[in-house]
Design a protein around this ligand. Structure first.
Ligand SMILES: O=c1[nH]cnc2c(O)c(F)c(-c3ccc(F)cc3)cc12
Ligand SMILES: [Mg+2]
Length: 215
């Protein structure tokens, strides 16, 4: 069909949510996900857990790996003060374009620095090109096969400090077993698994891993 699924979700948001109202945008994406077409957004159930972590951490500097349509970027940014620096990285140009419009509709374009690139290229540039010293919080939700590569890149580029909170999606479905093994056994993190439900599913289990860097 002419429009991609992501474009269909964006159109639904533009026709059913209120411009400048992030909660109405999230509600519209979730309604579409539950009732019309499944999509790989974090969703409302796991989203509520991430909300709690963001509120508890109150990060001034935050990084998201994997923007997709912008759902979790909006979810996070709506909880951050104007003074916070929040960067989200997406490799797929089409998804990044949809995300830009979704974020703009939500009115959060001034609170989100959207980067369209490979995370492996961006992470080593964060200090120099994006004026980051260290990160207070990271949300990993891109491709499970590069979770370990990227958290190690964050370590070697000295972007983590004592207490940095790293949250990762999809620990169960589709699963990130090497990542879970790494953060739980490498000795550098205090890591906890938070069981939840797979996005837009009543039955399937998934969960978030929350790993605090020991410094
Ligand atoms: O690639 C992904 N990036 C980020 N998040 C994802 C996700 O939440 C998924 F459920 C899935 C997923 C897709 C198809 C399935 F059958 C199961 C999970 C994939 C991703
Ligand atoms: Mg995910």
């Amino acid at each position: 069909s002419a429009m991609s699924k992501e474009q269909r979700v964006l159109q639904y948001v533009q026709q059913n949510a209120s411009r400048g109202d992030p909660d109405s945008v999230l509600a519209a994406v979730d309604k579409f996900g539950w009732e019309t077409e499944w999509a790989m957004n974090l969703g409302d159930v796991k989203g509520a857990i991430l909300d709690r972590f963001v509120k508890e951490t109150a990060p001034q500097t935050m990084l998201e790996l994997g923007t997709y349509m912008g759902y979790s970027a909006i979810r996070i940014a709506r909880l951050l003060p104007e003074t916070a620096k929040f960067m989200t990285v997406e490799f797929d140009q089409e998804n990044a374009a949809v995300a830009r419009e979704m974020i703009e509709f939500a009115g959060l374009q001034n609170r989100i620095i959207q980067i369209t690139s490979d995370t492996a290229d961006v992470i080593p540039q964060l200090k120099t090109k994006y004026d980051v010293e260290t990160l207070d919080m990271v949300f990993i939700d891109h491709w499970k096969d590069v979770y370990v590569r990227d958290i190690k890149l964050l370590e070697t580029n000295k972007l983590l400090r004592k207490g940095t909170v790293v949250v990762a999606d999809n620990i169960i479905k589709p699963g990130a077993p090497e990542y879970a093994e790494y953060v739980r056994t490498c000795g550098k993190y205090d890591s906890t698994f938070h069981e939840s439900r797979f996005e837009y599913s009543n039955d399937d289990i998934d969960g978030l891993e929350k790993s605090v860097f020991r410094g």
